[in-house]
Design a protein around this ligand. Structure first.
Ligand code: CP
Length: 304
Protein backbone atom coordinates (compact mmCIF):
# COMPACT_ATOMS: atom_id res chain seq x y z
CA UNK A 1 0.00 0.00 0.00
CA UNK A 2 1.51 3.36 -1.07
CA UNK A 3 -1.15 5.69 0.40
CA UNK A 4 -4.48 5.27 2.21
CA UNK A 5 -6.70 7.92 0.67
CA UNK A 6 -9.98 6.02 0.37
CA UNK A 7 -11.46 2.61 1.16
CA UNK A 8 -11.64 2.28 -2.64
CA UNK A 9 -7.82 1.92 -2.55
CA UNK A 10 -8.21 -1.38 -0.68
CA UNK A 11 -9.12 -4.91 -1.65
CA UNK A 12 -10.54 -7.45 0.77
CA UNK A 13 -7.04 -8.92 1.28
CA UNK A 14 -5.72 -5.49 2.31
CA UNK A 15 -8.53 -5.09 4.83
CA UNK A 16 -7.92 -8.59 6.24
CA UNK A 17 -4.19 -7.91 6.54
CA UNK A 18 -4.68 -4.58 8.35
CA UNK A 19 -7.25 -6.06 10.75
CA UNK A 20 -4.97 -9.02 11.46
CA UNK A 21 -2.04 -6.69 12.20
CA UNK A 22 -4.29 -4.56 14.41
CA UNK A 23 -5.35 -7.70 16.29
CA UNK A 24 -1.72 -8.57 16.97
CA UNK A 25 -0.97 -5.01 18.11
CA UNK A 26 -4.11 -4.58 20.25
CA UNK A 27 -3.12 -4.39 23.89
CA UNK A 28 0.65 -4.25 23.23
CA UNK A 29 1.75 -1.60 25.70
CA UNK A 30 5.50 -1.77 25.10
CA UNK A 31 7.01 0.53 22.55
CA UNK A 32 7.96 -1.36 19.36
CA UNK A 33 11.01 -0.31 17.33
CA UNK A 34 9.27 -0.81 13.96
CA UNK A 35 9.36 2.81 12.78
CA UNK A 36 12.59 3.95 14.41
CA UNK A 37 14.14 6.71 12.27
CA UNK A 38 10.84 7.44 10.49
CA UNK A 39 9.08 10.82 10.67
CA UNK A 40 5.27 10.97 10.80
CA UNK A 41 3.77 14.40 10.13
CA UNK A 42 0.26 15.05 11.41
CA UNK A 43 -1.57 17.91 9.62
CA UNK A 44 -5.02 18.76 11.01
CA UNK A 45 -6.91 21.59 9.30
CA UNK A 46 -10.16 20.59 11.09
CA UNK A 47 -10.76 19.82 14.74
CA UNK A 48 -10.26 16.29 16.06
CA UNK A 49 -9.90 14.50 19.36
CA UNK A 50 -9.91 10.76 18.55
CA UNK A 51 -8.18 10.65 15.16
CA UNK A 52 -5.36 13.10 15.91
CA UNK A 53 -4.58 11.68 19.36
CA UNK A 54 -4.66 8.03 18.25
CA UNK A 55 -2.44 8.63 15.20
CA UNK A 56 0.07 10.50 17.35
CA UNK A 57 0.11 7.75 19.97
CA UNK A 58 0.21 5.03 17.28
CA UNK A 59 3.29 6.59 15.68
CA UNK A 60 4.99 6.99 19.07
CA UNK A 61 4.20 3.40 20.09
CA UNK A 62 6.00 2.33 16.89
CA UNK A 63 8.99 4.58 17.80
CA UNK A 64 8.51 7.09 14.98
CA UNK A 65 9.31 10.77 15.41
CA UNK A 66 6.10 12.79 15.29
CA UNK A 67 5.60 16.37 14.13
CA UNK A 68 2.10 17.85 14.54
CA UNK A 69 0.68 20.93 12.88
CA UNK A 70 -2.79 22.35 13.40
CA UNK A 71 -4.17 25.05 11.11
CA UNK A 72 -4.88 27.34 14.07
CA UNK A 73 -1.62 28.91 15.19
CA UNK A 74 0.27 27.97 12.00
CA UNK A 75 0.97 30.10 8.93
CA UNK A 76 -2.32 28.77 7.48
CA UNK A 77 -3.78 31.58 9.65
CA UNK A 78 -1.82 34.03 7.48
CA UNK A 79 -3.26 32.59 4.27
CA UNK A 80 -0.59 30.01 3.37
CA UNK A 81 -2.08 27.49 0.94
CA UNK A 82 -2.20 23.73 1.45
CA UNK A 83 0.28 23.26 -1.42
CA UNK A 84 2.78 25.72 0.08
CA UNK A 85 2.33 24.25 3.55
CA UNK A 86 3.11 20.78 2.21
CA UNK A 87 6.04 21.96 0.05
CA UNK A 88 7.48 23.66 3.15
CA UNK A 89 7.07 20.73 5.55
CA UNK A 90 8.24 18.23 2.89
CA UNK A 91 11.72 19.75 3.36
CA UNK A 92 11.91 17.83 6.66
CA UNK A 93 11.41 14.63 4.61
CA UNK A 94 8.48 13.03 6.45
CA UNK A 95 7.93 9.35 5.64
CA UNK A 96 4.17 9.60 6.28
CA UNK A 97 1.72 12.50 6.38
CA UNK A 98 -1.64 12.11 8.13
CA UNK A 99 -4.00 14.83 6.93
CA UNK A 100 -7.48 16.05 7.83
CA UNK A 101 -8.92 18.88 5.75
CA UNK A 102 -12.40 20.31 5.04
CA UNK A 103 -11.85 20.14 1.25
CA UNK A 104 -12.57 16.92 -0.62
CA UNK A 105 -9.39 15.77 -2.38
CA UNK A 106 -6.95 17.59 -0.07
CA UNK A 107 -5.06 14.33 0.73
CA UNK A 108 -4.44 13.82 -3.02
CA UNK A 109 -2.91 17.33 -3.13
CA UNK A 110 -0.64 16.38 -0.23
CA UNK A 111 0.38 13.17 -2.03
CA UNK A 112 1.21 15.14 -5.20
CA UNK A 113 3.47 17.61 -3.43
CA UNK A 114 5.44 15.33 -1.11
CA UNK A 115 7.19 12.00 -1.38
CA UNK A 116 5.51 10.73 1.78
CA UNK A 117 2.91 8.00 2.24
CA UNK A 118 -0.34 9.89 2.83
CA UNK A 119 -3.19 8.83 5.11
CA UNK A 120 -6.55 10.54 4.73
CA UNK A 121 -7.79 11.33 8.25
CA UNK A 122 -10.99 12.87 6.85
CA UNK A 123 -11.57 15.12 3.81
CA UNK A 124 -14.81 17.08 3.87
CA UNK A 125 -17.78 14.76 3.50
CA UNK A 126 -15.83 12.39 1.26
CA UNK A 127 -13.78 9.74 3.09
CA UNK A 128 -12.43 8.73 6.51
CA UNK A 129 -10.90 5.32 5.73
CA UNK A 130 -9.21 4.59 9.07
CA UNK A 131 -12.53 5.20 10.85
CA UNK A 132 -14.14 2.51 8.66
CA UNK A 133 -11.27 0.10 9.36
CA UNK A 134 -11.48 0.62 13.12
CA UNK A 135 -15.26 0.15 12.92
CA UNK A 136 -14.82 -3.19 11.12
CA UNK A 137 -12.24 -4.22 13.70
CA UNK A 138 -14.59 -3.29 16.57
CA UNK A 139 -17.52 -5.17 15.01
CA UNK A 140 -15.45 -8.29 14.46
CA UNK A 141 -14.06 -8.22 18.00
CA UNK A 142 -17.59 -7.84 19.44
CA UNK A 143 -19.55 -10.17 17.14
CA UNK A 144 -16.89 -12.59 15.88
CA UNK A 145 -17.59 -12.08 12.17
CA UNK A 146 -18.15 -9.49 9.46
CA UNK A 147 -19.50 -11.53 6.55
CA UNK A 148 -23.30 -11.62 6.69
CA UNK A 149 -23.53 -9.04 9.49
CA UNK A 150 -26.42 -6.56 9.16
CA UNK A 151 -25.51 -2.97 10.02
CA UNK A 152 -28.08 -0.14 10.17
CA UNK A 153 -26.42 3.27 9.72
CA UNK A 154 -28.75 5.90 11.15
CA UNK A 155 -28.92 9.64 10.60
CA UNK A 156 -27.04 12.28 8.67
CA UNK A 157 -25.55 10.23 5.82
CA UNK A 158 -25.58 13.24 3.49
CA UNK A 159 -22.75 15.06 5.29
CA UNK A 160 -20.91 11.97 6.54
CA UNK A 161 -17.50 10.85 5.31
CA UNK A 162 -17.72 8.13 7.95
CA UNK A 163 -20.85 6.69 6.30
CA UNK A 164 -19.34 6.74 2.80
CA UNK A 165 -16.19 4.93 3.92
CA UNK A 166 -18.09 2.48 6.10
CA UNK A 167 -20.61 1.51 3.39
CA UNK A 168 -17.72 0.70 1.02
CA UNK A 169 -15.90 -1.25 3.72
CA UNK A 170 -19.00 -3.26 4.68
CA UNK A 171 -19.63 -4.15 1.03
CA UNK A 172 -16.00 -5.28 0.74
CA UNK A 173 -16.31 -7.74 3.63
CA UNK A 174 -19.75 -9.09 2.63
CA UNK A 175 -21.89 -7.37 5.27
CA UNK A 176 -25.39 -5.98 4.65
CA UNK A 177 -26.02 -2.26 5.16
CA UNK A 178 -29.30 -0.38 5.63
CA UNK A 179 -29.25 3.43 5.79
CA UNK A 180 -32.01 4.84 7.97
CA UNK A 181 -32.99 8.50 8.36
CA UNK A 182 -34.97 11.42 7.04
CA UNK A 183 -35.05 11.38 3.21
CA UNK A 184 -33.41 14.85 3.21
CA UNK A 185 -30.30 13.34 4.83
CA UNK A 186 -30.04 10.18 2.69
CA UNK A 187 -28.41 11.02 -0.69
CA UNK A 188 -30.53 10.08 -3.68
CA UNK A 189 -29.12 7.08 -5.57
CA UNK A 190 -26.83 5.97 -2.74
CA UNK A 191 -28.20 2.42 -3.12
CA UNK A 192 -25.75 2.14 -6.05
CA UNK A 193 -23.00 1.79 -3.41
CA UNK A 194 -24.52 -1.55 -2.43
CA UNK A 195 -26.81 -0.63 0.46
CA UNK A 196 -30.54 -0.40 1.19
CA UNK A 197 -32.38 2.66 2.49
CA UNK A 198 -35.35 3.23 4.80
CA UNK A 199 -36.93 6.31 6.34
CA UNK A 200 -38.69 4.75 9.33
CA UNK A 201 -36.66 4.06 12.47
CA UNK A 202 -38.32 0.62 12.82
CA UNK A 203 -35.93 -0.51 10.07
CA UNK A 204 -33.16 -0.84 12.67
CA UNK A 205 -34.96 -3.72 14.42
CA UNK A 206 -33.43 -6.48 12.29
CA UNK A 207 -29.85 -5.15 12.42
CA UNK A 208 -27.03 -6.73 14.44
CA UNK A 209 -25.40 -3.32 14.80
CA UNK A 210 -26.99 0.13 15.00
CA UNK A 211 -24.36 2.62 13.81
CA UNK A 212 -25.43 6.14 14.81
CA UNK A 213 -24.14 9.18 12.92
CA UNK A 214 -23.62 12.62 14.38
CA UNK A 215 -25.93 15.39 13.17
CA UNK A 216 -23.26 17.54 11.47
CA UNK A 217 -24.77 20.97 11.90
CA UNK A 218 -21.49 22.65 10.95
CA UNK A 219 -21.76 21.20 7.41
CA UNK A 220 -25.48 21.99 6.93
CA UNK A 221 -26.05 25.11 4.81
CA UNK A 222 -29.81 24.93 5.30
CA UNK A 223 -32.41 23.16 7.47
CA UNK A 224 -32.62 19.45 6.62
CA UNK A 225 -34.95 18.61 9.52
CA UNK A 226 -37.64 20.82 11.10
CA UNK A 227 -35.73 20.87 14.41
CA UNK A 228 -33.24 18.79 16.38
CA UNK A 229 -36.04 18.04 18.86
CA UNK A 230 -38.14 16.54 16.07
CA UNK A 231 -35.15 14.63 14.71
CA UNK A 232 -34.52 13.16 18.18
CA UNK A 233 -38.18 12.21 18.52
CA UNK A 234 -38.32 10.37 15.17
CA UNK A 235 -34.80 9.01 14.66
CA UNK A 236 -32.95 9.37 17.97
CA UNK A 237 -31.63 6.07 19.37
CA UNK A 238 -33.34 5.57 22.72
CA UNK A 239 -33.41 2.50 25.02
CA UNK A 240 -36.93 1.71 23.73
CA UNK A 241 -35.68 1.48 20.13
CA UNK A 242 -32.86 -1.05 20.66
CA UNK A 243 -33.10 -4.59 21.96
CA UNK A 244 -30.74 -6.28 24.44
CA UNK A 245 -27.70 -7.63 22.61
CA UNK A 246 -28.06 -5.26 19.67
CA UNK A 247 -24.72 -3.45 19.48
CA UNK A 248 -24.62 0.33 19.20
CA UNK A 249 -21.76 2.29 17.66
CA UNK A 250 -21.01 5.97 16.98
CA UNK A 251 -17.81 7.48 15.53
CA UNK A 252 -17.93 10.38 18.00
CA UNK A 253 -18.21 13.07 19.07
CA UNK A 254 -21.75 12.30 20.21
CA UNK A 255 -24.63 14.73 20.65
CA UNK A 256 -26.35 13.25 23.71
CA UNK A 257 -30.10 13.65 23.53
CA UNK A 258 -30.05 14.36 19.78
CA UNK A 259 -29.00 11.34 17.68
CA UNK A 260 -28.36 9.12 20.72
CA UNK A 261 -29.79 8.95 24.23
CA UNK A 262 -27.12 9.00 26.95
CA UNK A 263 -28.54 5.79 28.42
CA UNK A 264 -27.79 3.97 25.15
CA UNK A 265 -24.38 5.57 24.71
CA UNK A 266 -23.38 4.49 28.22
CA UNK A 267 -25.30 1.20 28.15
CA UNK A 268 -24.03 -2.40 28.15
CA UNK A 269 -24.36 -2.83 24.36
CA UNK A 270 -22.54 0.36 23.47
CA UNK A 271 -19.22 -0.18 21.64
CA UNK A 272 -18.40 3.54 21.48
CA UNK A 273 -15.38 3.41 23.80
CA UNK A 274 -14.22 0.12 22.22
CA UNK A 275 -14.15 2.03 18.91
CA UNK A 276 -11.78 4.55 20.48
CA UNK A 277 -9.53 1.75 21.76
CA UNK A 278 -9.59 0.00 18.38
CA UNK A 279 -8.53 3.27 16.74
CA UNK A 280 -5.08 3.04 18.29
CA UNK A 281 -4.43 -0.54 17.16
CA UNK A 282 -5.81 0.02 13.67
CA UNK A 283 -3.83 3.22 13.13
CA UNK A 284 -0.66 1.46 14.33
CA UNK A 285 -1.47 -1.27 11.79
CA UNK A 286 -1.98 1.27 8.98
CA UNK A 287 1.33 3.03 9.71
CA UNK A 288 3.03 -0.37 9.93
CA UNK A 289 1.56 -1.40 6.58
CA UNK A 290 2.60 1.84 4.86
CA UNK A 291 6.07 2.27 6.31
CA UNK A 292 7.29 -1.20 7.28
CA UNK A 293 5.45 -3.60 4.99
CA UNK A 294 8.30 -6.07 4.79
CA UNK A 295 8.77 -6.43 8.54
CA UNK A 296 6.38 -9.12 9.74
CA UNK A 297 4.71 -8.80 13.10
CA UNK A 298 6.70 -11.81 14.21
CA UNK A 299 9.93 -9.99 13.34
CA UNK A 300 8.63 -6.81 14.96
CA UNK A 301 8.05 -8.69 18.20
CA UNK A 302 11.42 -10.41 17.94
CA UNK A 303 13.37 -7.15 17.74
CA UNK A 304 11.31 -5.51 20.49
N1 CP B 1 -14.48 9.96 14.68
C1 CP B 1 -13.66 11.01 14.55
O1 CP B 1 -13.11 11.25 13.48
O2 CP B 1 -13.47 11.72 15.70
P1 CP B 1 -12.55 13.02 15.83
O3 CP B 1 -13.21 14.10 15.00
O4 CP B 1 -12.53 13.35 17.30
O5 CP B 1 -11.19 12.69 15.29
Amino acid sequence: MRHLLSIADLGRDDVERILETAGALQGVEDKLPTLQGKLVLSLFFESSTRTSSSFELAAKRLSADVMSLKAVGSSVDKGESLKDTVLTLAQYEPHAIVVRHPQIGAPQVVARHSGAAVVNAGDGKHQHPTQALLDLFTMREALGRLEGLHVAIVGDVLHSRVARSLIQALVLVGARTTLVGPPTLIPRGIEAMGCETASEIDAIAAADVVYVLRMQQERMESAYVPSLREYAARWGITPERVRPGQKVMHPGPINRGVEIDGRVADGPDSLILEQVRSGLAVRMAVLHDLLAPRLTLHETAAVA
